[in-house]
Design a protein around this ligand. Structure first.
Ligand SMILES: [Zn+2]
Length: 231
């Protein structure tokens, strides 16, 4: 599996290794216990990104879920204000986030075989539909009365300026996955920096990258793009 993934990602480890390394490093640097670090995640709804056996996040008390469609943190300022209240005393906060893409054991990009199915399905299925929309010639319109599709429409609007870049790329969904990652990272940083309620006396770290989902019971991998202290 690693050989197949390495055709598309230069560096990656399992999600478990990446998140454990980050938590251990934060605990050492800050001189605190690991259970003083609260996790907020921003990953796509897809159950593969919230499957404990595939993710193995180093959590003792659950994670605060910020992610909506494709992993974009749709919780906004209000969600972050709620999270700010949950930081353990003398503890730290770690935001783990990213977009995701399936790579099947047979090497198909954007596909994965899920437990209980005999076929491969699109992963990230939502982002593929958004991409289809972005690359289509139809006008992007948001119906002000019907909010049910707003997350997909919002992402389509964000990605629309990059339509030609996506169209030109060798593997469009891989390109879109990287582009939506950038949108997620920028939004998370903006939320953290602008949140008055996150200005307390505790360190904040970010760990971002692309989650690579693989077939059935294989683990999720993670191609890390950033790990750093924000403040
Ligand atoms: Zn998804």
């Amino acid at each position: 599996m690693q050989k197949i993934i390495s055709q598309y990602f230069n560096e990656f480890s399992t999600m478990s290794e990446a998140s454990h390394t980050a938590v251990v490093e934060i605990a050492e640097r800050e001189g605190i216990e690991m259970d003083k670090i609260i996790l907020a995640t921003s990953f796509c709804f897809d159950e593969l990104n919230h499957h404990q056996a595939k993710m193995k996040l180093p959590i003792t008390q659950g994670t605060f879920i910020m992610g909506g469609l494709a992993g974009f943190p749709f919780v906004g300022e209000i969600g972050l204000t709620a999270f700010a209240d949950h930081i353990p005393d003398n503890g730290a906060a770690l935001f783990i986030f990213g977009s995701h893409i399936g790579i099947s054991a047979s090497g198909e990009v954007g596909k994965v075989k899920r437990v209980g199915q005999h076929r491969h399905t699109n992963t990230c299925g939502a982002l593929m539909l958004v991409q289809e929309h972005v690359l289509s010639s139809s006008v992007h319109k948001i119906d002000p009365v019907d909010h049910s599709g707003f997350q997909a429409e919002f992402l389509a609007l964000r990605l629309s300026p990059m339509a030609s870049e996506i169209r030109k790329s060798e593997v469009p969904i891989l390109k879109t996955t990287h582009l939506v990652y950038d949108e997620i990272e920028n939004e998370i940083l903006k939320l953290i920096i602008n949140s008055k309620n996150l200005q307390g006396d505790f360190p904040i770290y970010i760990l971002g990258g692309i989650v690579i989902n693989t077939d059935e019971t294989l683990p999720n991998y993670f191609s890390q793009k950033v790990f750093r202290k924000v403040r």
